[in-house]
Design a protein around this ligand. Structure first.
Ligand code: CTP
Ligand code: MG
Length: 175
């Protein structure tokens, strides 16, 4: 198989995880009322389990955007994904990782929307790829360089897109 380092291929491959992570910011803005996933319940430590930043509407719109983008990308680039299961797992992993990140943030006392450097930018990526690759194995074309590129790409794209969302008034915080 292909063993060349191809940044566009890596971006296309991981895009469903980005869509899952980014779509809620937009959709939740457009929704009239939202339903927090934790139903406002508190954990044993007296703090919210997840907080108001994780909603049912965000989860559903994120998964829908991730899976839809996966179908579009695979129709444009045959053989990028081994089966539709791969981008579904990438999307589910990204959504679960984002939720788990909020769980950890609440436990260590960071309020909803507060910054958790690295966890905010890379937690969803880590969950996304480990979910997909623990079930399907890594794609044959992935090498160390592609993983390093993926980490840097995700880190800077996350910061860049969040700053852009802040500038156009979609987000309250720039990070
Ligand atoms: N969002 C949502 N449901 C999700 C994920 C995201 O409603 N499952 C929306 C929320 O409006 C959230 C925004 O997308 O504020 C940005 O997501 P994120 O940065 O992950 O949430 P934060 O508000 O920063 O909350 P936390 O501190 O828990 O990460
Ligand atoms: Mg945030």
């Amino acid at each position: 198989m292909k063993d060349l380092f191809d940044p566009w291929m890596i971006l296309a491959y991981i895009f469903p995880a980005y869509a899952t992570n980014g779509a809620p910011v937009l959709f939740v803005r457009l929704s009239k009322n939202t339903h927090p996933l934790d139903r406002r319940a508190l954990f044993f430590d007296g703090k919210r389990i997840l907080g108001d930043g994780k909603t049912l509407e965000g989860l559903i719109s994120g998964l829908a955007a991730g899976i839809l983008s996966g179908f579009i990308i695979s129709s444009l680039q045959a053989f990028l994904y081994r089966s539709f299961l791969e981008f579904v797992l990438l999307s589910i992993g990204a959504a679960v990782g984002d939720i788990f990140g909020s769980f950890i943030k609440r436990r260590i006392g960071i309020k909803r929307g507060g910054a958790a450097p690295l966890l905010d930018q890379l937690g969803f990526l880590f969950f996304s790829i480990t979910t997909a690759w623990s079930i399907m194995g890594p794609p044959s074309w992935v090498n160390e360089l592609s993983i390093i590129f993926l980490i840097f790409l995700t880190f800077f794209l996350h910061l860049g897109t969040n700053a852009a969302a802040y500038l156009i008034g979609l987000k309250e915080k720039w990070y």
